[in-house]
Design a protein around this ligand. Sequence first.
Ligand code: SAH
Length: 393
Amino acid sequence: MYKKLFLRKGKEESLKRFHPWVFSGAIHHIEGDPEEGEIVDVLTSEGEFIAVGHWQIGSIAVRVLSFEKRDIDTSFWEERLRVAYELRCAIGVARNPINNTYRLVHGEGDGLPGLIVDVYGKTAVMQAHSVGMHVNRNDVADAILKVTEGTVENIYYKSETTLPFKANLGPENGFIRGGSPENIAVENGLKFHIDWLKGQKTGFFVDQRENRLLLEHYAKDRSLLNMFCYTGGFSVYGMRGGARLVHSVDSSAKAVDLVNQNMALNFPGDTRHQAFAEDAFKYLDAMGDQYDLIILDPPAFAKHKDSLRQALKGYTRLNAKAFEKIKPGGILFTFSCSQVVTKDNFRMAVFTAAAQSGRRVRILHQLHQPADHPINIYHPEGEYLKGLVLYVE
Ligand code: SAH
């Protein structure tokens, strides 16, 4: 029996449409005084069961785990994790001899709000974004080991920076199952060092896998600039695609070390590649017109709705610089990973930049997050990555 949360009259509408969040303003009262992270039943004002989920403090008060009345027990976690794993097998990213890098759990997209799990070879890196998932971390870890058919042996828990600070849980990053220093993962046959200890997010940006493959397809004989390169994913694919030269740029010196390491893993001694630790805007201002393939994959410019306008200006300013300098016949891969920036917002920002440059520009591809980052159809907020591939005359 879980503690009961009663909604105000009429506030069950979004839950009836399977939206997985209960906002604090929708709550009438709660029986018992649940601790943050506890499982609670959500009931309508009439006392009818409507959902069960993790209670949390903040504007999202409950993250729904199920719309069926059920216990959130070992079999629940196993069931959800098994469905997630089977989906990754079905789309060909797991159980694949040339790829062992994939996202196993993408929060709401997998019916597990507040949980991210990325798999790198035999190690899964798990990140809790809610106190509830932190409380249930051991259940999740056991379920991962159980459903992945022995392919995952180690689980690294990395929630130091993702859990609500106020909850004061003091989680430490570290292995909670197994443990291994082996940190090379394979993505589409290319090797990458994954720094799950200190790297951004879970150590790697798994979400660009398919877009990197597309980039490889366009790289032959081109001069490539990979701006905001981080671990150099796009750069390594560009090399395999036969680029004439590949320049990787990131403001972080650590990222430049990582890209150099990954290059040495795949293309040792190949002099086509160079990496630079520099600010994007400075580099774009100072560079000439030598590039005919440019990637712009900046960090999220807007983290909240309030910063949307500024963010759109930022995307326009950045893309304008690329349009100004890219060689005629050049190809631009440009991205936004800000969740609050819609596909239309982003397209408008890039459109404005193109118009400012006066170049003739055509859209070749419209890109998005890959299938191992699925979007729950009832939770459109799960869509965040968008990109355009443009041909610039
Ligand atoms: N394209 C990468 C992911 C990019 S993440 C991949 O496929 O893995 C964004 C990167 O932008 C981070 O590595 C961050 O260090 C870098 N960055 C942030 N601000 C920057 C700036 N002003 N100039 C250059 N790089 C910047």
